[in-house]
Design a protein around this ligand. Structure first.
Ligand SMILES: NC(=O)c1ccc[n+]([C@@H]2O[C@H](COP(=O)([O-])OP(=O)(O)OC[C@H]3O[C@@H](n4cnc5c(N)ncnc54)[C@H](OP(=O)(O)O)[C@@H]3O)[C@@H](O)[C@H]2O)c1
Length: 257
């Protein structure tokens, strides 16, 4: 794992307090080619598992506060990261929201469930967040080594693959996230040719996000976070420059837009 990256690579995992992001931090820390890991989340002091990892990592893991819905917090996180590492070789955007009872966010079953505040919140976290992270962390990719900027998307964000309907906010925010990834890939294809940008579908994974919807998942199709992250790091490792701006599943197959 990580063989395609230079030795002493630096990694940033955005949305690392729980679920897939937290496991990315664990597996990156275990990768021999990774020197330092930056883990961002809304409230590092409340992320007990990250705190434990940081204690055990003896200076190789740095925790930084970052709320993707607050641009000032993203800018401050970039400054705090710069005090720890000057360059990044892998950045993975993991933060995402599908449901949040506290915010009145529930996946819509029908048109009558559509709510303007919930739509805006979903777009803010799932789509706008990763783009603003790119804007404020661009300077960390001003080097010549191979680098990857990945955003964890979702297959339900594929417009071509949408046969079931429902989940208006989540589907559309993930489609927007994919378009932002593609547009960024075009720009960085000119200015940052060392960086491959990709949207990645993790597969249905056993986390808080999927928990209310796991009953309908066929046996063997619900991945542990360990399996998901090992698979995604494999896909990331195999990405070639010509793959930039594409949408890949956990198995490395292209997903239609
Ligand atoms: N699990 C699946 O089956 C599945 C399938 C397809 C795609 N995905 C995608 O995979 C990614 C990771 O999901 P997961 O399953 O690991 O979900 P999860 O366990 O619910 O974790 C979601 C993460 O997003 C963070 N987050 C939410 N709002 C944020 C904000 N405003 N700023 C910064 N961080 C914020 C949460 O932080 P807090 O702890 O602070 O709330 C948490 O770390 C998401 O993009 C999701 O859409 C998941």
């Amino acid at each position: 794992m990580f063989d395609s990256f230079v030795p002493e690579s630096n990694v940033l995992i955005q949305g690392a307090s729980r679920g897939i992001g937290l496991e990315f931090v664990r597996q990156c820390l275990a990768a021999p080619r990774v020197a330092r890991v930056v883990a961002t989340c809304r409230v590092p002091a409340a992320a007990a598992e990250l705190q434990e990892l940081a204690k055990a990592a003896r200076g190789r893991l740095h925790l930084v506060a970052l709320d993707v819905t607050d641009e000032a917090s993203i800018a401050a996180a970039a400054a705090a990261t710069h005090a720890y590492v000057g360059s990044l070789h892998l950045l993975v955007n993991c933060a995402g929201v599908l449901h949040d009872a506290g915010l009145g966010l529930a996946p819509e079953k029908r048109l009558a469930d559509v709510d303007s505040a919930a739509l805006v919140r979903s777009f803010s976290v799932n789509a706008v967040g990763p783009l603003l992270v790119a804007r404020h962390f661009e300077r960390f990719f001003a080097h010549r080594d191979r680098a990857v900027f990945a955003s964890i998307s979702a297959k339900v964000g594929s417009i071509g693959d949408n046969r079931l309907g429902g989940w208006y906010a989540y589907r559309a925010s993930k489609a927007a996230q994919n378009m932002f990834t593609r547009t960024l890939a075009v720009e960085w294809g000119r200015s940052h040719r060392n960086v491959t940008c990709a949207a990645l579908h993790p597969g249905t994974t056993d986390t808080d996000l999927s928990r209310p919807f796991q009953a309908g998942v066929p046996a063997g199709k619900l991945f542990s976070v360990q399996r998901t992250v090992t698979q995604l790091l494999g896909v990331i490792d195999r990405l070639r420059p010509e793959d930039s701006g594409q949408f890949f599943g956990w198995d490395g197959e292209r997903i239609p837009w």
